[in-house]
Design a protein around this ligand. Structure first.
Ligand code: DGL
Length: 283
């Protein structure tokens, strides 16, 4: 795409683009909006293809390419792959395909968890895609020497968040079952390695108990976005009036319902954000 007629040159007036398989990336979006209040954003929830976790890396790579391409068409000056699975599968390819666009991705926060653990045992909740990708193994080799890393795939949790269900007996029962091995292992830090999971943080904390620290990388990612924009002279002027647009590849009614549930739970504040189906969300 970069090689086609019109070179893509990011401009400071453009929005920050973010994408995820669904609403999970909004846990990154909210950190970004808090840190950079003058910035506009455009968010794509690829709900027609969610969840990404059980898909092959090559499938996720194609979906990530389509999502990033759409955000860049919308004028995104930087793209956040607000999805650990897509970052593990596709970040290098996206950077190769659009060399002028800065990309920021997610990775499980193994480094801070390994630095802070007192028991020498950390847990990681993530999708199969994230945990089987070579990136994850490099991360463990590089930052967790001498630390036991206990991984846990969590089928069903993405679906609960997509349904706007952040607690209640069924969610708690799933969490208790999924987290039992991590409690038994005595982890004192638990990395939320999927952007959907921070929305379940109060429920996860309840199951793990107060002695376990949950690690959400979103604030660090927001700082990284700020650094990259500043380095490239792409920060929006402080006087800008930000606009936020959220689009889905799936059913917009369902999308709105999930967003409303996240708002009611106090997890996000959408204010005047524009919500649309992808096809109707073009500038
Ligand atoms: N929120 C995503 C992640 O961070 C994707 C979850 C999924 O679609 O399976 O991995």
């Amino acid at each position: 795409m970069e090689s086609s007629h019109r070179p893509i040159v990011p401009s400071s007036g453009g929005p920050i683009g973010l994408f995820d398989s669904g609403v999970g990336g909004l846990s990154v979006w909210r950190a970004l909006v808090e840190r950079l209040p003058a910035e506009s954003t455009v968010y794509l929830a690829d709900q027609a293809h969610a969840p990404y976790g059980p898909r092959s890396l090559s499938e996720v790579r194609e979906l990530a390419r389509a999502a990033a391409g759409w955000l860049i068409e919308q004028g995104a000056k930087l793209v956040v792959a607000a999805c650990n699975t897509a970052s593990a599968a596709a970040l290098d390819d996206l950077r190769r395909e659009w060399p002028r666009i800065p990309f920021v991705g997610m990775e499980p926060a193994i480094k801070p968890a390994s630095e802070r653990t007192k028991t020498g045992r950390v847990g990681v909740m993530a999708t199969p895609g994230t945990l089987t990708a070579p990136r994850f193994h490099h991360l463990v080799e590089r930052f967790a020497s001498g630390v036991e890393v206990h991984t846990q795939v969590c089928p069903g949790l993405v679906e609960w968040v997509e349904a706007g269900r952040l607690n209640g007996p069924e969610v708690m029962a799933d969490l208790r079952r999924l987290l039992r091995p991590l409690t038994a292992a005595g982890v004192d830090h638990l990395v939320l390695g999927c952007t959907h999971y921070p929305f379940l943080a109060p429920a996860i904390q309840q199951v793990m108990g107060d002695k376990v620290t949950l690690v959400d990388p979103a604030p660090a990612v927001a700082r990284q976005v700020e650094r990259v924009l500043a380095e490239r002279g792409l920060l929006a002027p402080a006087s800008s009036t930000p606009q936020h647009r959220l689009a889905t590849t799936g059913d917009p009614t369902r999308f709105r319902e999930t967003l409303a549930a996240l708002e009611r739970a106090g997890e996000i504040e959408l204010n005047a954000a524009v919500i649309a189906r992808k096809e109707n969300a073009r500038l």
